[in-house]
Ligand binder design. Structure first.
Ligand SMILES: Nc1ncnc2c1ncn2[C@@H]1O[C@H](COP(=O)(O)OP(=O)(O)OP(=O)(O)O)[C@@H](O)[C@H]1O
Ligand SMILES: [Mg+2]
Length: 377
């Protein structure tokens, strides 16, 4: 028997009680045992099952009691599944991410020695840089369910209800041994310029602070914000671990292209070049461009059209939503791109030829014609 019967009994019991949290936890324990016993294949299969979202319990007649807004009766929280996309981080972010996981996993030991700090992680960065994704990875790594609350949805027109909402969210999470992501943490700060009074705002902030303070030492809370400077310093202090997810640097962009465009195949040269010309794009932008190019290739039954990707990347600096086009680029368009790649990024004729999918001869032709056009005009 490769695994501890205790886990199988727990798994069965949890499944019959329709308790996904416990099912996932027991199955994750079995995954670890399988991996330890060297059965990677079975471990991998089970791991991917654990990450699947369960059948909505409502369909089985079971009503999961998520906390709801007092007035609208809408749920204040949403359970989200564990990610199926890896998260690419720069070295510094990766280090803090792993330190945080390590401290969570050793919290009992650290508590016993009086060394534990709050398990609060603050993620800041522009839209589409992987804040929500990273939070989901924390939950997956810890094999805990992942709940997301958008702070602005908790804020009600009635102050009393807001406080009640905040408290019921914070009461719920430890009961599930979950990871809680508070998204749009800056929503409270934004109330400042609304019709709300300052005193009211202060009381909401205080309720959040009190709720954070009342959490037990095992509770993992992650906050995400696009505007870290708007956060109240008292809230800021309650998140000892901080990761700044800026726009991806050139190494991270390379990983993103490799994953989203080349499905992790090793296309080092082209990935490098795409990384070099895509400064300013977020992970979400690169994902959108990569997946669109792959979709076009699949549906038209042809190889990836890298030239259309390059064109979308170059257009993205002016038009945030530029995506690869389905039809092939014409010669004029390619000429333009060749010129731009040379002028702004100093790429060689060979590099440009590779990106545009044409011969080096054609590139020299394009560059010459463009130069002549310039001289003439
Ligand atoms: N660093 C990254 N590594 C891998 N994928 C990424 C990364 N950044 C963004 N993505 C891709 O973009 C998608 C959107 O990212 P995500 O929702 O996590 O961004 P966010 O920072 O939470 O944005 P917002 O501020 O708009 O909520 C991810 O699901 C992922 O597919
Ligand atoms: Mg997000």
């Amino acid at each position: 028997m490769p695994f501890d019967p205790k886990n199988v009994i727990e798994l069965t019991d949890a499944a019959l009680a329709a308790d996904y949290t416990r099912v996932r936890r027991a199955a994750s324990a079995i995954v670890r045992e399988l991996a330890k016993a060297g059965d990677e294949k079975a471990a991998k299969e089970l791991r991917s099952l654990v990450r699947k979202r369960g059948v909505p319990l409502k369909a089985s007649g079971y009503v999961e009691s998520l906390p709801v807004d007092a007035k609208s009766r809408l749920p204040l929280l949403e359970e989200q599944s564990w990610p199926d996309v890896p998260v690419f981080l720069n070295a510094e972010a990766n280090r803090i991410f792993h330190d945080f996981l390590r401290d969570v996993q050793h919290v009992d030991e650290l508590c016993a020695k009086g060394l534990a700090s709050r398990l609060g992680l603050l993620l800041s960065g522009p839209p589409g840089t992987g804040k929500t994704l990273l939070a989901a990875h924390v939950a997956a790594q810890l094999a805990r369910p992942f709940y997301v609350v958008r702070l602005d949805s908790v804020i009600s027109s009635l102050l009393g209800d807001t406080a009640k909402n905040i408290r019921s969210v914070f009461d719920f999470v430890p009961s599930r041994d979950a990871v809680l992501l508070i998204d749009e943490m800056d929503a409270v700060a934004k109330l400042r310029d609304d019709r709300h009074e300052l005193g009211e705002l202060k009381r909401v902030v205080n309720t959040v602070i009190q709720s954070l303070d009342n959490l037990d030492s095992h509770a993992v809370v992650i906050a995400a914000t696009n505007h870290p400077h708007l956060l109240d310093p008292a809230i800021w202090r309650r998140f000892p671990y901080k990761i700044e997810l800026g726009l991806p640097d050139v190494d991270v962009r390379k990983d993103l292209w490799r994953h989203f465009l080349f499905e992790d195949r090793d296309e080092a040269k082209i990935s490098n070049e795409l990384a070099a010309i895509s400064e300013g794009l977020s992970g979400a932008d690169i994902e959108a461009i990569g997946l669109t190019a792959r979709r076009n290739a699949l549906l038209d039954n042809r190889p990836l059209d890298i030239a259309s990707v390059v064109s979308a990347v170059l257009h993205s600096s002016s038009d945030k939503s530029a995506l690869p086009r389905r039809d092939a680029l014409d010669a004029d368009h390619k000429k333009h791109i060749a010129q731009s790649l040379k002028e702004h990024f100093g790429l060689s004729g060979a590099d440009i030829a590779r990106l545009l999918g044409v011969t080096r001869q054609s590139v020299y032709g394009y560059l010459k014609q463009e130069a002549e056009a310039h001289d003439g005009g």
